[in-house]
Design a protein around this ligand. Structure first.
Ligand SMILES: Nc1ncnc2c1ncn2[C@@H]1O[C@H](COP(=O)(O)OP(=O)(O)OP(=O)(O)O)[C@@H](O)[C@H]1O
Ligand SMILES: [Mg+2]
Length: 256
């Protein structure tokens, strides 16, 4: 270095707490981008095929992350068809024009069976099935229908994403869906406690330190691999309307 030369330090890159999805590339490594990798700070490409469990404590960013996954699958072209199962009060109903869906237990049971028959077909368009508040469906016929659907999605390469608050997974002794999700060992654990990885995905994951516990921050679990991530924001998030992404769109036409 010549004398008198000014050395400019590279700015320190950190894992930002708010990362708009629109500022990230659509794909990374050929996979839909859903956020940023905490170790490399590169965009995070995630293979959305198969089952994915999205869990976290209240306010950890689960609903927003679900929106991000749906939009990431759509905009990358990986999953042009989207199916919503969950409560009829969800802001996700206004996210975009869903291809199909249901919002009550009987409707979800029937639609899941119908969807399973359809997705078995080799010519079925790549479909992402989203189940919001999955803890409400871990019992009886709906649980069975959703677990059959999850297995078909996993075996033929569709996407099955199940979202739930951490505490709703405990005490569901009759469920067949939860073991399907747990044994697949694929998921996003937002702001987990140290025990959550083992309890929910049979994989040890560290807890997120309190100082790091931001919405959308957590661990991506893929089999035994565990990575710190920040899930991207689907759009500018406003306090009063956490999913202000598609205001003006009509609610979905929920199928029969
Ligand atoms: N990926 C993210 N990046 C930055 N901020 C986020 C992210 N996800 C959520 N948030 C913020 O956290 C707040 C809570 O998000 P959200 O409603 O998605 O959480 P939740 O876990 O679904 O909450 P609840 O337990 O009430 O269902 C949002 O209003 C938003 O401000
Ligand atoms: Mg929520």
């Amino acid at each position: 270095m010549a004398r008198g030369e000014v050395v400019r330090a590279e700015p320190v890159r950190i894992l930002e707490p708010q990362i708009p999805l629109g500022e990230l590339p659509v794909q990374w490594g050929g996979l839909p981008v859903v956020g940023v990798d905490g170790a490399t700070l590169d965009p995070l490409g995630l293979d959305l095929r198969g089952t994915l469990l999205l869990a976290g404590p209240p306010g950890s960013g689960r609903t927003t992350s679900l929106a991000t996954l749906v939009l990431a699958g759509r905009r990358s072209g990986a999953f042009p068809r989207t199916v919503y199962f969950g409560p009829g009060t969800s802001p996700l109903l206004r996210l975009h024009q869903w291809s199909d869906g249901a919002t009550d237990v009987d409707g979800i049971t029937q639609a899941a069976r119908r969807m399973a028959d359809h997705l078995r077909m080799p010519d079925a368009a790549p479909t992402m099935v989203v189940v919001e508040s999955v803890g409400d469906y871990l019992d009886g016929e709906v649980d069975q229908a959703l677990s059959d659907l999850a297995k078909i999605c996993a075996s033929v390469g569709h996407s099955f994403v199940a979202e739930g608050e951490v505490s709703t997974f405990t005490g569901n002794y009759g469920t067949t869906l939860f073991p399907v999700l747990k044994n697949a060992r694929r998921g996003i654990l937002l702001q987990p406690d140290v025990a959550d990885g083992d309890t929910l995905l049979r994989t040890t994951a560290p807890g997120v330190p309190r100082a790091e516990a931001r919405p959308g921050r957590g661990y991506l679990v893929r089999s035994t691999s565990v990575r710190l991530i920040q899930v991207a924001l689907p759009e500018i998030v406003q306090e009063s309307d956490p999913l202000n992404v598609a205001v003006g769109l009509d609610p979905i036409g929920v199928g029969p």
